[in-house]
Design a protein around this ligand. Structure first.
Ligand code: ADP
Ligand code: MG
Length: 230
């Protein structure tokens, strides 16, 4: 019997898929060398974030693969060079780097999805960042969710209380978070070969939101293969 295998999409491919479902992303460009990275940065506008693109690296910041607050072409070029070095130290194949608009302050949440053997596609919401593994502040809904279900998921979590505003902090855009959960749930419901979605963080602003990191596992890769090594 043929084995079903899951493949992680490269981050630029994952970005494309989530944006098809209406999830807002920062402006970004894929760069294969430092010159392309600098050109993209000046088009996007400083400061930018640089992220390593490699099929072998899952947690980019653990290996120095995310550099935030790059303020000049010079800083972008040297950050790009350090991404190439990661390939050597981690024995990872490096396709290049994403140059990404740097997002402002907001509340970081996680929106995810997976396929349950019994219940089918499921969408998840909770507190974002690395703390999610410790706080386990998450709720689940059967995909696709309605607006009311998405709102209930948010209000069931501590992340929801933070979004409502704590200690003089302005409240965040809960409606934007609702729409993001609905979009992620539609993606899970409609893309039958997507096994898992992990959007962590999604940052919720006073107005609007942005997906800052997208990891997607798919059973088959449709279309062209990702870019090759640099
Ligand atoms: P990974 O989870 O693979 O380590 P991320 O893409 O989530 O990498 O980046 C790590 C952290 O860097 C994020 O949790 C976020 O706090 C910050 N970050 C990532 N992208 C941006 C961005 N475009 N603007 C501002 N901060 C960012
Ligand atoms: Mg992340």
């Amino acid at each position: 019997m043929a084995q079903r295998r899951s493949f992680p999409l490269l981050e630029p491919e994952a970005y494309e898929l989530v944006s098809r479902y209406g999830l807002p992303l920062p402006r970004y460009a894929f760069a294969r060398d430092s010159q392309e990275a600098c050109k993209a940065a000046s088009e996007i506008g400083f400061p930018v974030v640089l992220k390593v693109v490699s099929p072998d690296i899952v947690h980019k910041s653990d290996v120095g693969g995310v550099r935030v607050g790059l303020n000049s072409a010079c800083e972008v070029a040297s950050a790009f060079d350090s991404m190439k070095l990661i390939g050597r130290t981690q024995k990872a194949s490096i396709h290049g780097a994403l140059v990404v608009e740097q997002a402002g302050q907001g509340v970081e949440v996680i929106i995810g999805g997976f396929r349950d053997e019994e219940f089918g596609p499921v969408v998840m919401f909770g507190s974002g960042g690395i703390l999610v593994e410790i706080t386990k502040d998450v709720t689940f809904g059967l995909a696709p969710v309605t607006r009311d279900e998405a709102l209930r998921m948010i209000l069931d979590t501590a992340a929801g209380s933070i979004l409502k505003g704590v200690r003089g902090m302005a409240p965040a855009d809960i409606e934007a978070a609702v729409q993001a959960i609905i979009s992620a749930s539609s993606l899970m419901a409609e893309e039958a070969d997507v096994q898992e979605v992990d959007l962590n963080p999604v940052v919720i602003f006073e107005s609007g939101c942005m997906v800052l990191d997208a990891r997607i596992l798919r059973t088959s890769i449709s279309g062209a293969l990702g870019p090759s090594d640099i």
